[in-house]
Every structure is written in structure tokens, then in C-alpha cells.
Write a protein that binds this ligand. Structure first.
Ligand SMILES: [Zn+2]
Length: 324
């Protein structure tokens, strides 16, 4: 190879590299943009309360970095936050940087933002919570369906005078990350086990499992209402999948993936605190046995083991715990 030829080859390589980089920036633009804006917003909110919510910032960083890792193409933390902020964050929150590629998040990023707003506004102030989230979405121009943005919020109550429990829909980036997040949330340590059981009663193709039925019928006095986080914040009818999971009255024809909706996180949060209502909603199917449940859980673990992006995680699928 003479000198001219070598030079030409180097140039082509550099050009290919440049094209790859341009392509990367283009296809990951919305993820990177939303991730950065949400992180900055969380830091600001935390700062406004003298770092009382530092754990939520830590948790959202891990959740976002994890979703970046399992994105196609993968997006590493240094592609999400710029250099100055990267060093600052790594210094204050070292754990998310160390563990985003070996531990699973317990929930998707927007749930941490929801918790932050519930803390700031007060659990009983439902309207303020909804308004504040809508305001953030509007201000940051987080479009419906865009990566890392939830589209609905749900409020569950045992009765009209009791405490409110909130949830938001899965805030991932595309189908596979959403499936991974839903599967992970079914493992012990994330959703309430009855809620996880209800979700695991269905396969990813939305068909019901033949051997296991952990679906729930929420008691009459329990309310579970969802609202859009976009536009006017209109009430949303439960989709077919949520009707199947919890015996709600709603849409009979179309549904999202089981586990995707705000109802799921909201009911899970209610059950985690209220043992009485949880017991009342116990699944009643004959197929609801420990053995069948273990089999269903094994199928979830097998699915996670097969996912290329997280295949090297340990078989135990440890969840991330934010540092205090
Ligand atoms: Zn639904």
C-alpha cells in the first residue's frame, strides 16, 4: 500500500466514523434531551428542599442510565450529561454510575419525579400534584409518547376519605425497554406481589397464561382513576388490560401491555401500605397456587436472561437501592 492509498483509507474510515456519530446523535436526540432536562429538573427541585430528596435524584439517575444502556443504540451516561455536569454528578452520586449496568431499577424514571412532586406538594393535594406534573411536562416540552415521559397518572384510594396512592405509566423509550421494565417489576422487590402476580397472569402477547391466574378484583369501595398528564388532564378510562388485571370497568377492546399503565403502580402503592385492602383483593382462581406462581416467575426470569442487553446481569437480578 503506498502512502496515497493509506491516506485515502484513513479518510474513508474517518468519514464513516463521522457518519456513525451523526446517525447516533440523530436517533438518540429525544432520549438524551429528555433525560438531561428531567435530571436537571430533579436536581433543582431537590435543591429547593435543601437536599431532602437526594435519594430520589440518585434513583432517577440510575433508572435513566439503565434505560440508556438497554436502548438501541446504547447511550452511556457521558452522552446524556455534558462534561461539567457529568463530573459534578459523579462526585455527588457515584453509585448510579457504578451500578447502572449490573443492577435493575425498581421503577422507570418518571415514577421518581412523581414521588418528588408528591413529597413537595403533599400526598393529599391531588390537584396540585397533577397540575405540577403537567406544568413540568409543558415547560420542558416533554411530548406525549416521547422517551422517558409518562402519559398518565393514576390515583387509588381505599375510600373517598382515605390516603391517596399515585402511579404513572411506564416511562421508557421503546417496546423492548418497556418489556424489560415490566418483567423486572414483577420480580420480588418492585411491585406488590399481588399486583406482580396479576401482571404475570398474562404473556407479553397479551394472552392469558393457561396455568396461572393471579388477577385481582378490586373491592367495590376502592377507587382507581387515571388522568392524562398532557393537554387538559382529562380522565382516562381503564384500558382492556387494566380491566383484566383488576376487574375495573372500562375499555373492552383495546389495551396496552399488561403492567404498562399508571393503574398498576398506583394499586401496587396502595397495597404496599394497606394490608387490609390487599387481603380483600386476594386472587381467587384455583390456578393461583405457589407452584404455578413460581412457574410464572421463572418465565419472567427466563425472558430477562434472554435479553441481550442485560444477559450478563447476575441470575439473581438484584435491584438497585439508592444511597442515602
Ligand atoms: Zn391500562
Amino acid at each position: 500500500m503506498d502512502e496515497a492509498e493509506a491516506e485515502a483509507r484513513a479518510e474513508t474510515k474517518a468519514e464513516a466514523e463521522k457518519r456513525r456519530e451523526e446517525r447516533f446523535l440523530e436517533v438518540t436526540e429525544h432520549f438524551r434531551r429528555n433525560a438531561l432536562l428531567i435530571i436537571q429538573k430533579m436536581m433543582k427541585l431537590n435543591h429547593s428542599r435543601d437536599n431532602q430528596t437526594i435519594q430520589l435524584v440518585d434513583e432517577i439517575l440510575h433508572s435513566i442510565f439503565f434505560l440508556g444502556k438497554i436502548n438501541t443504540p446504547p447511550i452511556s451516561p457521558d452522552r446524556i450529561v455534558n462534561e461539567g455536569l457529568y463530573d459534578k454528578l459523579k462526585d455527588s452520586y457515584p453509585q448510579p454510575f457504578e451500578l447502572y449496568s449490573s443492577q435493575l431499577p425498581r421503577r422507570s424514571p418518571f415514577s421518581c419525579l412523581l414521588d418528588m412532586i408528591v413529597f413537595l406538594e403533599g400526598r393529599e393535594n391531588e390537584n396540585e400534584i397533577k397540575q405540577k406534573l403537567q406544568e413540568i411536562i409543558r415547560d420542558l416540552k416533554l411530548h406525549k409518547g416521547a422517551p422517558l415521559v409518562s402519559s398518565t397518572i393514576c390515583v387509588s384510594q381505599k375510600n373517598p376519605n382515605s390516603a391517596r396512592y399515585y402511579g404513572v405509566s411506564m416511562s421508557t423509550s421503546s417496546k423492548v425497554p418497556r418489556q424489560i421494565m415490566i418483567a423486572a417489576s414483577c420480580l420480588p422487590g418492585s411491585w406488590d406481589s399481588h399486583v406482580a402476580g396479576a401482571v404475570m397472569s398474562f404473556n407479553q402477547d397479551k394472552n392469558k397464561k393457561s396455568y396461572f391466574d393471579g388477577t385481582i378484583k378490586l373491592p367495590e369501595h376502592v377507587t382507581c382513576k387515571a388522568y392524562s398528564l398532557h393537554g387538559e388532564g382529562a380522565p382516562m378510562q381503564p384500558c382492556k388490560s387494566c380491566v383484566e388485571l383488576f376487574g375495573l370497568v372500562g375499555n373492552k377492546t383495546t389495551g396496552y401491555a399488561h403492567g404498562n399503565c399508571a393503574e398498576v403502580e398506583s394499586v401496587s402503592n396502595l397495597f404496599k401500605t394497606d394490608a387490609e385492602v390487599r387481603e380483600q383483593a386476594r386472587p381467587t382462581s384455583e390456578k393461583f397456587t405457589d407452584d404455578n406462581r413460581s412457574k410464572a416467575e421463572k418465565s419472567v426470569r427466563d425472558y430477562l436472561m434472554n435479553e441481550r442487553e442485560i444477559r450478563h446481569f447476575s441470575r439473581d437480578f438484584e435491584f438497585y437501592t439508592p444511597s442515602e
